[in-house]
Design a protein around this ligand. Structure first.
Ligand SMILES: Cc1cc2nc3c(=O)[nH]c(=O)nc-3n(C[C@H](O)[C@H](O)[C@H](O)COP(=O)(O)OP(=O)(O)OC[C@H]3O[C@@H](n4cnc5c(N)ncnc54)[C@H](O)[C@@H]3O)c2cc1C
Length: 295
């Protein structure tokens, strides 16, 4: 049941260094990381079996607040709020589909609290930033005491609500490579009202060489247990002449590929399947036009 109160008792930690945070994760039981809390606190209120003994607030850790930009890469630290990232000029210029995803999320007050990395760690099937990060070829830097590993986004999700993160690990950074010249990208989301989770969202990032597609990454969210990266459908476009017919054929493939569920309170499987075709078509056309391509 939702309630205004947090009924469970827990210890609260707010370390100032990453090492201290990693010690807490290594030594304590049932630690939950608090970034913006916009998913965590909801789970603590309504998840009767949600285990929390210790809350680890990572907002005091200066190392996680960084954003680094180099010609080939952008690094975003874990505690950067979405309302900051949505105004970042480098993100707007290099990764417009990611900026579109940020702006589609909830309300300004929510985005003032929420983080992009909390969004992917929560691993909701409809996480808005998952599609753009998958399609831009991002990787996450996962750290634990004395260890770190870089994992491509397509290997990060295990199932709805579950990532590859171990209890002693946290995501410190996301790294996104700069797209090549003649890249076009789009993110389109359908929701009941603006401030709501997606009924469905599609992300496309494609590279153009003349009138042909030279690379394409596609993702669709809210149509399966986890955000889907459609590698084969995207790869299948490589080397092909872009035409309206190819767009329609690909949109049709996508609507047959997805496995939407009935139920939930946002929409039906039939609606998601129908709309996936239309949104995929629109997103592909937009990405192609943004790459400088013509039909
Ligand atoms: C009213 C409302 C509207 C919303 N609308 C949208 C929407 O339109 N689109 C959308 O995608 N989502 C939406 N959400 C969900 C939520 O706001 C987002 O998923 C948000 O980005 C989560 O970020 P956070 O920093 O608040 O995460 P938190 O709640 O702090 O954390 C989320 C989960 O990730 C874990 N975590 C956080 N940071 C790390 C880390 N660095 N390493 C490891 N684990 C970590 C936490 O322990 C927790 O399990 C909405 C939520 C609410 C309440």
């Amino acid at each position: 049941m939702n309630t205004l109160f947090l009924e469970k008792e827990f210890d609260y930690f707010k370390p100032e260094t990453l090492n201290e945070a990693l010690d807490i994760l290594a030594e304590k039981k049932d630690v939950r990381i608090f970034a913006g809390g916009t998913d965590l606190i909801v789970k603590m209120k309504i998840g009767d079996s949600y285990k929390i003994e210790n809350m680890l607030d990572i907002n005091g850790i200066a190392e996680l607040q960084k954003i680094d930009v180099s010609p080939n890469n952008m690094m975003i630290g874990a505690t950067n709020k979405i309302s900051v990232l949505e105004k970042n000029a480098d993100i707007a210029r290099r990764f417009p589909a990611l900026q579109e995803a940020f702006l589609s999320m909830a309300s300004i007050s929510l985005r003032n609290m929420a983080t992009m990395i909390g969004n992917i760690c929560n691993a909701s099937p409809g996480a808005d930033t998952a599609g753009p990060l998958l399609c831009y070829g991002a990787s996450v830097k996962i750290v634990s005491k004395g260890k770190e590993r870089m994992v491509p986004m397509e290997d990060f999700f295990v199932e709805g609500g579950k990532t590859i993160l171990q209890p002693d690990e946290l995501v410190a950074e996301v790294h996104i490579p700069t797209p090549k010249k003649n890249t076009g990208a789009s993110f389109i989301k359908i929701s009941r009202i603006k401030a709501d989770l997606a009924k469905l969202s599609v992300t496309i990032v494609l590279e153009r060489e003349g009138s042909k597609v030279s690379a394409c990454r596609m993702s669709i969210a809210s149509v399966a247990g986890l955000p889907l990266y459609m590698k084969e459908i995207g790869d299948d476009l490589v080397g092909k002449e872009m035409t309206e017919a190819l767009v329609l054929e690909t949109a049709d493939k996508i609507s047959k590929f997805i496995r939407p569920r009935d139920g939930g309170n946002r929409t039906t499987a039939a609606y998601r399947r129908d709309v996936s075709k239309i949104i995929s078509r629109d997103a592909m056309k937009l990405a192609w036009e943004r790459s400088g391509g013509k039909f």
